[in-house]
Design a protein around this ligand. Structure first.
Ligand code: FRU
Length: 326
């Protein structure tokens, strides 16, 4: 049911605890600010699948008109998301997928392509010969399995590159570090670590510095997050060799959601492309993303001013009514 004139959108996020997810939410809110009839209810499951199932149940009970969801793990979240869809609530899945075709639209990066591109890039970087470790995210989340598949396929035709270990870092910096501290001493001749996201890449660099301070093991990450603390800055500073862009899709998801709600055309599959960011292009990319951040801040400041003006208008309108009855 519509509440007043507003479209109420529920957004169930698997975890809100990192910069990449904050950027996704910011993007969504920026886009929705263009529609003064849209309201977003945000729930953060803090990387717990059972909590996320419960939060989606709550959102459905509260009468949302559309669900945006990034499922922590595919299988545990699939039934409740299917249930929403079958009830007639449109579902926009972002970034991580469910294991069923019952959703209205998907928005997110091409994770298979991310893994494949990194595999090809790593092989070129090492001149076709070398040893690498892969650090994955949660194995039951679709980006982890898709990135892994892409990597395996790329290396299948590059037999000189040996994947000596695959560690489960669960998308978390501390867990990745713990796993790497155990594994790294076994591979003194390691050439490269592929960490499946930016926080684990940061962790990988830290552990390499601890265990092999005299060696420069290459680290490749994923995300391409702009800003002071993002991995574009890490490439720029030479902390990591490269990162594969993985757009958050926040704006796009909100746009698709509004198209669905307003009965406008939309596509079911919205795949966002990847690209390698390394020393050859990072200066340019950093300049452009810094500029983008400052423009986004301008948009947010303008939005705040518009809200202020509207408030003044409504107060004056009210006063006019009291004084004149008009
Ligand atoms: C953020 C994150 C990203 C990664 C994505 C995969 O929570 O771990 O770093 O690319 O989720 O779903």
């Amino acid at each position: 049911e519509k509440q007043g004139d507003a479209y109420v959108i529920g957004f169930s996020q698997c975890t809100g605890d990192d910069e990449w997810r904050r950027a996704m939410l910011d993007g969504m809110q920026r886009e929705l600010a263009f529609h003064n009839n849209a309201k977003l209810i945000f729930k953060d499951a803090h990387a717990n699948s059972a909590v996320q199932v419960k939060q989606i149940e709550e959102l459905l009970q509260s009468g949302i008109q559309l669900l945006i969801v990034s499922p922590n793990e595919s299988d545990p979240l699939t039934p409740v998301i299917e249930k929403a869809y079958r009830k007639g609530i449109p579902v926009v899945v972002v970034d991580r997928r469910t294991s069923s075709p019952y959703y209205t639209a998907y928005v997110g990066g091409d994770n298979y392509q991310v893994g494949k591109t990194v595999g090809e890039y790593a092989a070129t970087l090492l001149g076709g010969k070398g040893k690498m470790i892969e650090v994955t995210g949660l194995p039951r989340s679709s980006p982890a399995s898709d990135r892994h598949r892409g990597l395996v396929d790329a290396l299948a035709t590059r037999p000189g590159i040996q994947r000596v270990a695959t560690l489960n870092g669960q998308w978390e910096k501390d867990i990745a570090k713990k796993e790497l501290r155990k594994a790294l001493p076994n591979f003194p001749d390691l050439d490269l670590i592929f960490a499946q996201n930016e926080v684990m890449a940061k962790g990988a660099r830290e552990v390499c510095n601890e265990i092999f301070p005299e060696r420069k093991i290459r680290v490749i990450g994923v995300d391409g997050l702009p800003g002071q603390f993002g991995d574009i800055q890490m490439v720029y500073d030479g902390q990591i060799t490269a990162t594969a862009l993985y757009p958050t899709g926040g704006e796009e998801a909100a746009r698709v959601a509004m198209n669905i709600l307003q009965k406008q055309p939309y596509q079911k599959e919205n795949l966002l492309q990847t690209a390698i960011i390394d020393s050859s292009n990072v200066r340019m990319i950093k300049m452009q993303t810094d500029k983008m951040i400052s423009q986004q801040n301008d948009i947010e400041r303008q939005q705040a001013r518009i809200d202020e003006q509207l408030e003044i208008y409504h107060t004056q309108r009210g006063l006019l009514y009291v004084m004149t009855g008009l």
